[in-house]
Design a protein around this ligand. Sequence first.
Ligand code: S3P
Length: 446
Amino acid sequence: MKPFVLKPCGRLKGRVFPLGDKSISHRAVICCALSPAKTVIRNFPFNQDCLSTVRAFKNLGVRIDVVGGIKALAGTLAIYGRGIFGLSKPGVPIMAGDSGTTYRILLGVLAGQKFTTRLLAGKGLSRRPMARVTGPLRRMGAEIEATTKRRRKEIEEYPPVQIQGRPLRGMTYRIPVASAQVKSALLYAGLYATGCMRLIEPIKTRDHTERMLKLFKADIRTHGNQVVLRGRKELVSPAAFYIPGDISSAAFFIVMAAILPGSEIVVHKVSLNPSRMGVVRVLRRMRGRIRIKNQGVINGAEPQGDIHVQSSRLQGTTVEKEEIPALIDELPVLMVAACYAQGRTIFQGVGELRVKETDRIRSMSENLSKMGASITVLTRKRREDIVIEGGRQLWGARVKSFSDHRTAMSLIAAGIAAKGTTTLDDISCISKSFPHFINILNSLVK
Ligand code: S3P
């Protein structure tokens, strides 16, 4: 792969239409596949991660057609669902690629089947921990064999996993880590369980699964950090579903517009789900000039609207650990915003960044430090905080994506506002979530 060379640019102006939200898209495919009817999904993003979920359900016997073929970066899927008990044993192991959401949520679905599945992962995902899902699924009755390795002082589990579906029992479970993937895997397993599934989160995470299951008429209720689900009931398809734009993709442009003087952009039709809006809340607190327009709820499930951003003189802030799940994927680009803000920014309790596509605490602090940023990582007991002293001039440097899409896009955001040339070793990883990121960026640069 040729390195990507980036020169600083003046300002960003124009309109952005992000592809459908990745998290919502995975859940839409799963609910459609598990309901006994045809559902049409519009604005489905054809990025690598979402296509991994589509392929997995095709392997499980679900007919999924791309209406009109893959001609653009997003399009329409027609899914002919089989009902919760209608999946069939795949003839070959299922390969989830590097999509952690596909892998972990699928474990929940597979735990309740009447067959055994082997679930494989790509190189990056094979290094990410799975015991957070396999552990509670075993408590529900699933039989799972995973690859084990010692990580720090504990035994951790990794792909590949062999999962033998079993009759499952509902349970009350306090999820030890704030993870929407874990919660979602357990909720999908709960669809197959007898009795009641009661999950308590340490901090509330994104709630797309709960919203989607409600839309599909599952027996599910939420109160604060608790979700209660009664399963063994067929889902009811809403017939059609539109995926709002991805706020995690939009966040790169929101930050770039905020830090580049003279910029003004509008991001259209983007998801405004409060459990994902942490990036906007924090940037506003940093005095980012951000307005929300045309708010509405689509398909009775997810709020959507337009986000208007103007360049701003950002100020440092403290982001508390309770805020982290609502901006977990935006932390790398918020670190860039903090470098360009005046004063100190503290991100508290960010340890989960260590187990993303790469260790993002390391990837971001090493790269931004090379560019001249002042970043300190503090470890107190088991909590990790990042402290950034903003307002220093950043300089272009030779930086590395660590094969992580969000590290790569965040470094491009940093480089575009720096002085001098930034060279990024490899940006092919960006297609995991946002294949036309560079095209959109080029169209906005003025
Ligand atoms: C996701 C949840 C988050 C997030 C990931 C997508 C989801 O992961 O980082 O990109 O769609 O549920 P965790 O659940 O591991 O925090």
